[in-house]
Design a protein around this ligand. Structure first.
Ligand code: CP
Ligand code: NVA
Length: 309
């Protein structure tokens, strides 16, 4: 049994095997309707509990469909439905759910809550997003980049806007997969210094730049995310500081001519990105959203010791 709490904890060899399996399984079911199970049904009889303390479209539907295609079942638990939402401890929730299901996915704010759940669960726990990281999403991002541009190693990515959970996970990934990141972020919104230092120690170049133009120059991938993440208060000063980092056609024209545009979604069209970019020729955001499903199937198999299937 293995938890999937973060990219660093899983380690580069496992992450690469997970991506390889995701691609093989995606190819193997080409042409099947979305609700048809994979022919081998490797998780037949298995159940995933999905605990959401924050909203979700992609994570919720892709995990539920992932379990269905693998032959198993998913149970959706929003925090308002379960006793954890009115004070039952994380530890007791972990102990209880572990008696009913084979794996637990949690989306929450405090990263410590995820770690506490994993500490007390006797089944694998998967990080479905915390304020610190979003590893399932970044695995889909790497997979999608490689689908369109080949090996990610050695490439340069530009991150524009907020140094949030997505930026931090991408930085972790850069160290593990061997690529480089130019961060175009306003003063005061840089990602965690420790996460940047670890990626640099692994050999990736992380540059924090105050100019969006400098950040995208020659980049093979340009990525951004909401300026205000879920449960963040409206903040006029932050929104003002972010304006100079909006991804526009003029900005993306300064990247590599074949640059891809990524966004984990949901997008706030007209804020961090314009319609012309997200709906334009560089954008691969819908492939990126689809790959959540394929990569999470491989993550589930890895967690449950069935990666070779
Ligand atoms: N990208 C992502 O995690 O989307 P949801 O919030 O819709 O799950
Ligand atoms: N940074 C965003 C990501 C949403 C998938 C948030 O945490 O709300």
């Amino acid at each position: 049994m293995q938890h999937f709490l973060g990219l660093t904890e899983a380690g580069a060899p496992a992450l690469k095997r997970i991506l390889a399996l995701a691609k093989v399984r995606r190819d193997a079911r080409k042409g099947l309707p979305t609700g048809a199970p994979d022919s081998d049904k490797p998780l037949e009889g298995h159940t995933l509990a999905m605990v959401f303390e924050k909203s979700s479209t992609r994570t919720r539907v892709s995990f539920e469909q992932a379990m269905h295609q693998l032959g198993g079942t998913a149970i959706m638990l929003s925090s308002s439905d379960i006793q954890m939402g009115r004070g039952e401890t994380v530890a007791d929730t972990a102990r209880t759910l572990s008696r009913y299901v084979d794996a637990i996915m949690l989306r929450t704010s405090a990263h410590g809550k995820l770690l506490e759940l994993a500490q007390h669960a006797t089944v694998p726990v998967i990080n479905g997003l915390t304020d610190q990281t979003h590893p399932c999403q970044v695995m889909a991002d790497i997979m999608t980049y490689e689908d369109h541009r080949g090996h990610v190693a050695g490439s340069t990515w530009a991150w524009l806007g907020d140094g949030n959970n997505m930026a931090q996970t991408l930085i972790e990934a850069s160290g593990l997969f061997g690529f480089h990141i130019n961060l175009g972020v306003p003063e005061g919104y840089a990602p965690d210094a420790c996460i940047m230092a670890k990626a640099k120690m692994l050999g990736s170049t992380i540059r924090v730049l105050k100019s969006a133009n400098e950040a995208v120059a020659g980049a093979h991938a340009v990525a951004t995310d909401a300026w205000l993440s879920m449960h963040q208060q409206d903040n006029a000063d932050k929104l003002l500081a972010m304006q100079a980092f909006q991804v526009t056609p003029t900005l993306i024209a300064q990247a590599d001519p074949r640059a891809v545009f990524l966004h984990c979604l949901p997008a706030h069209r007209g804020e961090e990105v314009t319609d012309a970019v997200i709906d334009g020729p560089h954008s691969i955001v819908w492939d990126e959203a689809e790959n959540r499903l394929h990569v999470q199937k491989a993550i589930l198999l890895w967690c449950l010791g069935k990666l070779e299937i």
